[in-house]
Design a protein around this ligand. Structure first.
Ligand code: FAD
Length: 304
């Protein structure tokens, strides 16, 4: 079997709702927490040869998982947490929490990741999504990314070999982030920490953090804001099943207690159609959605 002899935690029929911030999803056939990037690579290679689907989850904070659950192996990166601090540089594995990294850098008086203090994802997820907020994003701080490719090789790429745009990284669908090296600049510790506090305060005021959610559901269309469009189309507070458009922020869908993925998808579909018909703008999803339809195609690194 694929996971024979692999170190680390393995669970069968594990509830996916425990692996994402929306708290949605049926059972995963097998969940594995690799302890090292080598474990991740071995499991990927073995599964590829056996034609078993493999799914990758970081902290599940921008992800919708299916009610039917996931077949094959779901890898969770949260045990990949090695970190090495250098001179205004850090080498950090994919499963490290971005918000912790940001806080720890701030405590040292290192500037760069102030924007990231309230983003609940992993470092790997943040690189893959080019996470950003408050006018900052992770891309400009990346020195290099070490990634696992679909053919099983692990390669280090310099920043110049990668492309980033708004919530986009050119590794998407091609490779998994194993670790990254990030650069900081010297800053004023008190100023950095107070900037972070301010960013967190803004989030408490403007985001429905008291209910399970997955951050922004849609990408902002060029020159506009998805939240503004959804709000002006009248969707704030509307719900389908247990999924509700937040009263606080229209680009957030919250789980009011028993939401299913199908409720969220129905709401996403209804909002998209309505915004398109009212404003002629086709909203694109920011959250990733794993569904079984994709495993029928050629096996690739599932992270779209
Ligand atoms: C309350 C809240 C606030 C948020 N605010 C922001 C914000 O201000 N700005 C922002 O950009 N985002 C925000 N997010 C969204 C989310 O935190 C980020 O997108 C984060 O970077 C996702 O990381 P993750 O580890 O949770 O990824 P997951 O949700 O686990 O995965 C998302 C996608 O990334 C892929 N992925 C995960 N890890 C890796 C890896 N190592 N290699 C390759 N692919 C990988 C997955 O396969 C999946 O396709 C917010 C979310 C919440 C819940």
């Amino acid at each position: 079997m694929i996971l024979d002899g692999m170190p680390g935690r393995v669970e069968k029929d594990y509830p996916l709702d425990l692996l994402n911030t929306w708290k949605i999803g049926g059972p995963a056939e097998i969940v594995y927490w690799p302890q090292t990037s080598a474990d991740m690579s071995i499991v990927w290679q073995r599964a590829r040869e056996a034609k078993i689907p493999v799914w990758l989850i970081g902290r599940g904070s921008n992800l919708l998982l299916p009610d039917e659950g996931l077949p094959g192996i779901t890898l969770v990166t949260t045990s990949l947490r090695a970190i090495e601090w250098g001179e205004y540089k850090v080498q950090v594995e994919a499963g490290y929490t971005l918000a912790h990294l940001s806080q720890e850098a701030g405590e040292r008086g290192w500037s760069g990741l102030e924007f990231a203090r309230g983003i609940p994802g992993s470092v790997g997820g943040a690189v893959m999504m080019n996470a950003g907020a408050h006018g900052g994003e992770i891309a400009p701080h990346i020195i290099s990314v070490t990634a696992l490719w679909a053919d099983g090789t692990v390669k280090k790429l310099e920043r110049a070999e990668l492309e980033f745009a708004y919530r986009f990284c050119s590794l998407r669908g091609k490779a998994w982030v194993v670790e990254t090296q990030l650069a900081f600049s010297p800053g004023d510790r008190e100023q950095i920490l107070s900037q972070m506090k301010e960013n967190l305060r803004n989030r408490v005021v403007n985001q429905p953090l008291e209910k399970p959610n997955a951050g922004s559901v849609f990408r902002n269309p060029p020159g506009d804001s998805a939240g503004r469009l959804i709000e002006s189309a009248g969707w704030k507070g509307k719900s389908i099943g247990g999924a509700q458009v937040s009263d606080k922020h229209a680009n957030f869908i919250v789980n009011t207690g028993n939401a299913k993925a199908k409720d969220v998808l129905a709401l996403i579909d209804a909002i998209s159609k309505d915004v398109q018909s009212k404003y002629g703008i086709k909203l694109q999803m920011e959250v990733a959605y794993f569904n079984e339809a994709r495993i029928e195609g050629e096996q690739s690194l599932q992270n779209d």
